[in-house]
Design a protein around this ligand. Structure first.
Ligand SMILES: [Zn+2]
Length: 265
């Protein structure tokens, strides 16, 4: 088994709101990975005295611990428990009812002797490489699915339209303070014997595919295997630097936190 990871803040010196981690328990041949992308809430989370980075680290740490220590719990149950724990850590000091309370996208996976279990919530991505070398993206497309309707609106109304669908039935979902969201994640299970590798990545690196169009998910996977996680992030940073205003490749932020965890089982 080989696990590689890289993470880089969008802007040097500013907090990295992604959280990427993996664990290989001493017992057995299993392991787990988590990747969260904290949702930037300008200028800061509403009703909360904590930072987005605090939230991502707290939720990601709890989730990874549960995945490896509680094999009888599904990843969705682990996420629900981790969301609850994280909410408990600040519900006495903060108002967690606001739509912009700290929140994050979530990808996690756990592998054991028999199965690989995984979960994706919002726009971070999981790539699953099969024994045959085929690479399958696991995507939660609910945020992207809103974009055609948004594009039919006047430009100045689009962001507010998408925002109004956050953690709302018929909209898109992130892990915030409500454990019930875990049941809405895209989840699956595969036989361990059919999975060769797993990659989790945040949308800051997903730009390699869906903003800069260097290739498809299998091409990004091949780059990660061949040259390593940092090389892929470096390619995105170079493309961003070449188009700083987003004239050729429109995007919300010039740079974004970019993270990846690659586990070759
Ligand atoms: Zn708080």
């Amino acid at each position: 088994m080989r696990i590689q990871s890289a993470t880089e803040p969008g802007t040097p010196g500013l907090p990295n709101e992604d959280h990427a981690a993996a664990a290989t328990p001493a017992s057995g041949e299993g392991g787990a990975l988590v990747l969260l992308d904290g949702v930037t809430a300008p200028p800061e989370p509403v009703g909360c005295r904590h930072s987005v980075a605090w939230f991502s680290a707290r939720l990601g740490g709890a989730l990874l611990e549960l995945l490896v220590s509680r094999p009888e719990m599904t990843p969705a149950s682990c996420l629900a428990e981790a969301v609850g724990r994280t909410a408990d850590a600040h519900r006495d000091t903060c108002d967690l009812s606001h739509q912009r309370t700290p929140q994050a996208t979530v990808v996690c996976a756990r592998w054991g002797a028999e199965t690989v279990e995984y979960l994706v919530l919002s726009d971070s991505v999981l790539l699953v490489e099969g024994r045959d070398g085929a690479v399958h993206p696991v995507l939660d497309t609910r945020l992207d699915d809103l974009r055609p309707a948004a594009r039919r609106l006047p430009r100045e109304e689009r962001a507010a339209f998408v925002e109004s669908r956050r953690n709302t039935p018929g909209g898109f979902f992130t892990a915030a303070a409500d454990p019930a969201v875990a049941a809405l994640a895209v989840a699956g299970t595969r036989p361990r014997s059919e999975v060769r590798s797993l990659v989790a990545l945040s949308d800051g690196l997903g730009r390699w595919v869906d903003t800069f169009g260097f290739g498809g998910w299998p091409d990004l996977f091949a780059l990660l295997i061949a040259d390593g996680p940092q090389a892929a992030i470096d390619e995105v940073r170079a493309a961003e630097a070449a188009d700083p205003e987003g004239a050729k490749h429109p995007r919300g932020k010039t740079h974004d936190d970019a993270s990846v965890v690659l586990a070759e089982l």
